[in-house]
Design a protein. Structure first.
Length: 483
C-alpha cells in the first residue's frame, strides 16, 4: 500500500473515526430526502451509500488528465428569511389573496399558503402551513390530523385540491405464499404514485415471516416483492405487477443458476432492476459464497459480473444506458470502472479513490448521487464528474459543508446541496448541469421552527419539511426554479 495511504489510515485510527460500513446498495435512489441527523417524530427513510473492492486484471482505457472545465457560480444577493408562525409583518401578495379567497369560499383549510415570494427571478418560494402532520410525497402533499384522517392534496395555481387516490387492498400470491398488500395509488400518464397504508405480515409454517411490498422500478414498472424474514435481508423475489388488474408476471421464471431456479436459492438479495433488459442481484447457496450476478432478461441467462467483465472481486454495480458500472478495490480505496455491453470495452472512471467523508484529509474522494453525475473532491477543489465520459468540471463557490447529502433529481440534470445548522438549513445550492451554473443562497431560520429534511419534489422543485418545536404545526417550503 502507498505510504500516504498508510499515514491516512493511522490518522483515522488516532482520531477514532468510524470505519466505512461495507454494504452493497445497487438501486441507488434518485429521489430521497436528506435528513437532519437529530431525532424527530416523523417517518424518515435513510439511504446508505456504499463502496467496495477489487483487484483487477486486463486492459483498460484510462482517461487522460482532465481539462479544467469550470461551472460558473451565482450567489444570490437576497437572504431568504423564513416567515414565523402567524407572522403579521409579512405583507400578503397575490397568491396570499388567492388563499384568502379560498377561505371565503369555505374550501378545505387542511393546508394553507402562508406566504410566497420570488428570489431574484431565479426561484419562486411558497411556504405552506398545516395544523396536522404534513409532508410532500411523490409530488403530492400528504396530510393527517390527530383523529387519523388522511388526505392527499396537489397544488394547482396556489390552491390545494384534494387528490383522490385509488385503493388497493387485496391478497397476493408468489411461489405459493399468500399475503396482503394495502396501498393507495394514482397513475398519471406513465407515472405512478404509491403510498402504503398498512404493512401486513404472514407467518409461515416454519415460523418464517413473509412480507409483500410494491416498489416502483426505474423503467416505470411496478414490482411486487416477496421478502422472507425481511429483518435478516438475505432473500427477496420480485415479479412485475399490474396494480389495476392484479396480474402478476414472473419475469424471472426458468432462469437457473448452476441448475437451481433463482427462486430456490437460499441467498437472493439487493435487487437492481435496471430496465426490461437487465437486472443485478446478489445470489448464492450461502452467505459465504454469495456473489454479484448480471441477469440478461432478453435471453434468460445469468452470469457473475466477474465473468462478464473479466474482473475479480466486484462488490457493487449499477447500469446506466448501455454500460455496466462496477466498484472495485478495498473498503477505503477503490476503483470505479465502466463496461460497455456492446463493445466489451472497460474504462476506469475513478482510480484509487475513496468515499467522501466530511472533515477528513482525503485528497481524492467521491460522493455518488445514484445518477450519471457525481461530486468529486480532488485536492482542495470540488468537481462535477460525468460517469459516462469520465470528465470533471470544477464547481465555483461550493464548499465541503454543502456537499454532504447531495441529491440528484429524477431526470438527472440538477443536484441539490445544503448546509444544515442546529435547527435550520443555513445555505442551499442548486447545480444546474444543463445550464452549467451553480446557484447558492443564504437563509435565516425562524427560532420557533425546526427544519428536518430536504428533498426533490419534482425535476425543478425541491421542498423543505419543518415543524414547530411543539409539533403542533407542520410546514413545507417549496422552491421552484424559474425557466
Amino acid at each position: 500500500m502507498k505510504k500516504n495511504k498508510i499515514e491516512k489510515q493511522l490518522k483515522t485510527l488516532v482520531n477514532k473515526m468510524p470505519e466505512p460500513k461495507c454494504e452493497l446498495l445497487y438501486n441507488m435512489p434518485v429521489k430521497q430526502p436528506f435528513l437532519k441527523k437529530r431525532k424527530i417524530a416523523v417517518k424518515l427513510v435513510t439511504m446508505v451509500c456504499t463502496i467496495c473492492l477489487l483487484l483487477f486484471c486486463g486492459v483498460f482505457t484510462v482517461n487522460a488528465e482532465f481539462r479544467e472545465l469550470v461551472i460558473s457560480f451565482l450567489k444570490l444577493g437576497a437572504v431568504e428569511e423564513v416567515p414565523g408562525i402567524q407572522d403579521t409583518e409579512i405583507q400578503p401578495n397575490s397568491m396570499d389573496k388567492k388563499e384568502n379567497n379560498k377561505s371565503e369560499n369555505n374550501q378545505n383549510q387542511d393546508i394553507q399558503l402562508l406566504y410566497s415570494t420570488n428570489m431574484e427571478d431565479i426561484l419562486s418560494v411558497e411556504y405552506l402551513e398545516s395544523d396536522g402532520y404534513m409532508t410532500n410525497w411523490d409530488g403530492l402533499f400528504y396530510y393527517e390530523n390527530e383523529e387519523g384522517r388522511k388526505e392527499f392534496y396537489q397544488a394547482v395555481d396556489g390552491e390545494f385540491v384534494s387528490k383522490d387516490l385509488e385503493k388497493l387492498d387485496r391478497e397476493v400470491t408468489i411461489m405459493g405464499i399468500t399475503g396482503r398488500i394495502d396501498y393507495s395509488f394514482s397513475i398519471v400518464d406513465d407515472s405512478i404514485i404509491l403510498y402504503e397504508n398498512n404493512l401486513h405480515k404472514t407467518i409461515l409454517e416454519d415460523g418464517s415471516e413473509a412480507v409483500f411490498s410494491l416498489e416502483k422500478g426505474k423503467n416505470s414498472r411496478v414490482y411486487l416483492k416477496l421478502y422472507i424474514n425481511p429483518q435478516v435481508g438475505s432473500w427477496s423475489y420480485p415479479v412485475r405487477y399490474d396494480v389495476k388488474t392484479g396480474i402478476i408476471e414472473d419475469f424471472l421464471a426458468d432462469i437457473q443458476l448452476g441448475g437451481t431456479e433463482l427462486s430456490k436459492l437460499p441467498v437472493l438479495m439487493d435487487w437492481y432492476l435496471a430496465n426490461d433488459d437487465y437486472a443485478i442481484v446478489t445470489a448464492g447457496t450461502s452467505k459465504a459464497d454469495k456473489e454479484l450476478y448480471l441477469i440478461n432478461l432478453k435471453n434468460k441467462s445469468i452470469n457473475s459480473i466477474n465473468s462478464v467483465t473479466g474482473l475479480t472481486n466486484v462488490w457493487g454495480s449499477k447500469i446506466l444506458d448501455n454500460k455496466l458500472f462496477v466498484l472495485t478495490g478495498d473498503t477505503e480505496y477503490f476503483d470505479y470502472i465502466s463496461y460497455d455491453f456492446a463493445t466489451g470495452d472497460k474504462q476506469i472512471i475513478y482510480e484509487d479513490i475513496t468515499k467522501w467523508i466530511y472533515d477528513t484529509d482525503n485528497e481524492y474522494s467521491v460522493i455518488f448521487t445514484g445518477g450519471r453525475y457525481d461530486l468529486v473532491q480532488k485536492e482542495e477543489n470540488i468537481y462535477l464528474a460525468d460517469e459516462m465520459s469520465g470528465k470533471l468540471k470544477k464547481i465555483e463557490g461550493i464548499t465541503e459543508k454543502l456537499i454532504d447529502g447531495a441529491l440528484i433529481n429524477k431526470s438527472g440534470d440538477k443536484i441539490l446541496v445544503s448546509n444544515f445548522g442546529d435547527d435550520f438549513i443555513k445555505q442551499i445550492g442548486i447545480l444546474d448541469i444543463n445550464k452549467n451554473i451553480f446557484y447558492l443562497f443564504d437563509r435565516k431560520g425562524n427560532p420557533e421552527i425546526e427544519e428536518y429534511s430536504i428533498s426533490w419534489q419534482d425535476n425543478d422543485t425541491f421542498a423543505i419539511n419543518a415543524a414547530d418545536k411543539k409539533q403542533a404545526k407542520h410546514y413545507v417550503y417549496l422552491y421552484s426554479l424559474n425557466e
